[in-house]
Design a protein around this ligand. Structure first.
Ligand SMILES: [Ca+2]
Ligand SMILES: [Ca+2]
Ligand SMILES: [Ca+2]
Length: 324
């Protein structure tokens, strides 16, 4: 029974960390988010994201310096979860156009949209290795076998890193997983899950030895959507205590030390992603009801609102340093 519960929690967390509203008192950042600045010329690169503007989910790219948007996919089915290649030339994304949720590739201009991995299972959350040769992704069948996988971008090899939702070693919660990035070309950073999805923590797994290492595990706290800074020193992530109804954006050292809030209001804040210069973190807030993409400096100042519409805007991915 347990094995059928995680995909539900897993899917819910893909959509939103949690709903908004909380009985605790307002904090200063709740006031800040009501008056954010516009996109800034100080912000480099582009942010790919998924939005449903009434014609099915599509991938868009916004220019971080002025907020101008370009639509990259026009397929009527769902296109989600964009991820930049390290050279900024391509995007991997999840699409339902083939009948099941599979990973596709396209150029950064939206040209040459091609299926990457066939299969009837659900695939998503692609993350490129630093050398661009491999993609980590999640994949699961009805029997839940195989959550975190790695595939060669040049194909055709792909293999599971973690075949089970159950923890291994048993004292950790590092089973299954949603990839957040790569520490190096041999090590995947991911959000682990355990049992019924009640506990989520940040972990790494080695592609050669499947050595699994917990990075951040707080009792009765869910930690998810990890994103590694370009200099490799800091992880931005979503954090939600189990007695709290919404998630917040936190920063923690790459070794899991000193978790501190970056942006925390009574609404849900999710999907952190680092700017190519490592100065900003973009994230999604649902404070206006339909979800927008914001960015804030890593020191917690200078909040900017990058999308402003009546549709859900989710899953931002900021372009890599090489494409500034
Ligand atoms: Ca679409
Ligand atoms: Ca929050
Ligand atoms: Ca919106």
């Amino acid at each position: 029974m347990t094995k059928y519960l995680l995909p539900l929690a897993f899917g819910a967390l893909l959509l939103f960390g949690a709903s908004s509203c909380d009985s605790e008192g307002a904090d200063s950042q709740s006031d800040v988010i009501s008056s954010p600045g516009p996109p800034s010329s100080d912000m480099p690169g582009s942010i790919a994201f998924a939005s449903d503007r009434g014609n099915g989910w599509d991938i868009y790219v916004l220019n971080a310096s002025d907020g101008s948007e370009t639509r990259l996919t026009i397929d009527p089915t769902e296109d989600r979860e964009p991820a930049w290649s390290p050279d900024g030339a391509r995007l991997a994304f999840q699409s339902s156009r083939g009948g099941s949720k599979n990973i596709y590739l396209m150029s950064a201009t939206g040209a040459d949209q091609v299926p990457f991995l066939p299969g009837a299972e659900i695939q998503g959350g692609p993350r490129w290795s630093p050398d661009g040769s491999q993609l980590a992704y999640y994949s699961f069948l009805a029997d839940d076998v195989g959550y975190l996988w790695v595939a060669d971008v040049a194909g055709p090899d792909f293999y599971p890193l973690l075949r089970s939702i159950h923890p291994s070693p048993p004292e950790t919660h590092c089973g299954g997983g949603f990839p957040g990035g790569w520490i190096d070309n041999d090590t995947v950073l991911f959000r682990g899950a355990w049992g019924e999805g009640e506990a989520l923590e940040l972990c790494t797994v080695n592609t050669d030895e499947t050595a699994i290492t917990p990075i951040l595990s707080e009792r009765d706290v869910m930690s998810f959507y990890p994103s590694l800074s370009p200099d490799g020193t800091t992880i931005a992530y979503s954090r939600q205590p189990q007695d709290q109804t919404h998630d917040d954006i936190y920063l923690v050292s790459a070794e899991g030390r000193n978790p501190l809030p970056l942006f925390a209001t009574e609404d849900s804040e999710s999907y952190p992603t680092w700017s190519p210069d490592g100065e900003w973190i973009a994230f999604v807030s649902a404070s206006d009801g339909d979800a927008e993409i914001y960015a804030i400096r890593k020191n917690g100042t200078d909040l900017r609102k990058l999308t402003n519409n009546d549709y859900p805007d989710l899953e931002p991915a900021w372009s890599p340093p090489t494409s500034q």
